[in-house]
Design a protein around this ligand. Structure first.
Ligand SMILES: Nc1ncnc2c1ncn2[C@@H]1O[C@H](COP(=O)(O)OP(=O)(O)O)[C@@H](O)[C@H]1O
Ligand SMILES: [Mg+2]
Length: 331
């Protein structure tokens, strides 16, 4: 039933604990999202799960093998797309495919057949001789995914595969991820783009090496946010927000488009009070007040207790507390 079972997995570098006693399970054939800011410990965890970095303590079973005791067997069960795409820029598209096919032991007809498949998912049919370094980011990313699963592994680890790629390519890439999962592959994917969590069957969130939330998108929204969110449509929303802030109506009031979002404990009393303040005291007409479902972004921001919302329009977690050391390991 489970492709991956993680038990108190821990990695220390000297005195510094990069991954702190993390436990979770990943079901076969699901898209499992691993979220966290830069430096949270995502890459370190993936490298332990791939059998290329020895845990300090704890263990994980990946594809039926222990990463502590049988890391080389783990490697035969998985594909791995490392954070900065595992491709060689100075090789042609075909040379990269041949190289990774060779690494994974493919030869002859099987290699030819899988090469065709990789070229088709990367939209590179007839372009085998192009230099990989000359490809646009979105195409390179698809080629990297193709080569990571050229040997049809049962589990694939994708480390920030969509980082630095334009939004349309990112969207298309998620279709590709979903196709892989529908075909039975377990996809373990890290991202720091909050909105991408919505595309995952299950999610864990880590912060400073510790697991701080887990569940499917619905569970995260209901289990971790206890307050309610009201969306208020009214005249002069900026003035209205200032008024509500001045009377400390709620600790969290923000403008979303032309509306105001207000966190409250109880919906009905808050609605009445809000109308009273805006309409009666300040003659600002309230057009409607609706309770809205929180987005995953609301949940994560709330959990990470970030004093400010992410500045990026794309909703990346913006946390530069720790430097991000990354080494390029290829399987
Ligand atoms: N080889 C290493 N030596 C020392 N510290 C490391 C090493 N690899 C990672 N770290 C530290 O562990 C923390 C987690 O890093 P990483 O797993 O790369 O985070 P993420 O992938 O979530 O951005 C960071 O603070 C990083 O600096
Ligand atoms: Mg990383």
């Amino acid at each position: 039933m489970y492709s991956i079972e993680v038990n108190n997995l821990t990695k220390k570098f000297g005195d510094f604990t990069s991954v702190d006693s993390v436990s979770f399970t990943v079901k076969k054939g699901e898209v499992f999202g691993f979220l966290g800011a830069n430096g949270a410990g995502k890459t370190t965890t993936i490298r332990m799960l791939c059998g290329i970095l020895e845990p300090t303590s704890g263990d994980a079973t990946v594809g039926g093998y222990s990463v502590m005791k049988e890391p080389n067997k783990v490697k035969t069960r998985i594909g791995y797309m490392s954070q900065r795409f595992s491709l060689y820029n100075d090789l042609t598209v075909e040379e990269n495919i041949n190289f990774f096919g060779g690494v994974y032991g493919l030869i002859g007809n099987e290699l030819e057949e899988r090469k065709k498949w990789v070229l088709s998912i990367a939209n590179l049919e007839g372009k085998e001789k192009l230099l990989t370094g000359s490809l646009p980011g979105g195409i390179k990313q698809r080629l990297a995914l193709g080569t990571a699963v050229i040997h049809k592994p049962e589990i694939v680890f994708l480390d920030e595969p969509t980082s630095g790629v334009d939004p349309i390519s990112r969207r298309n890439f998620w279709d590709l991820i979903n196709n892989l999962a529908s075909g039975g592959t377990t996809v373990f994917v890290t991202t720091h783009y909050l909105e991408e969590a919505e595309f995952c069957n299950n999610i864990i969130l880590i912060d400073a090496g510790k697991l701080i939330a887990q569940g499917n998108p619905e569970e995260l929204k209901t289990n971790y946010i206890k307050h309610k969110i009201l969306e208020v449509e009214c005249e002069r929303p900026v003035d209205a927000m200032e008024i509500l802030n001045k009377v400390n109506f709620s600790p969290d009031i923000s403008i979303f488009g032309n509306n105001i979002h207000v966190n409250v404990q109880e919906v009905e009393p808050a609605k009445k009070e809000l109308k009273r303040i805006l309409e009666q005291q300040h003659s600002i007409k309230v057009i409607r007040i609706d309770e809205i479902t929180p987005t995953l972004e609301d949940v994560f921001i709330h959990l990470l207790e970030s004093p400010t919302k992410p500045s990026s329009k794309e909703g990346a977690i913006n946390d530069e507390r720790m430097p991000n050391i990354e080494s390029e390991n290829k399987l």
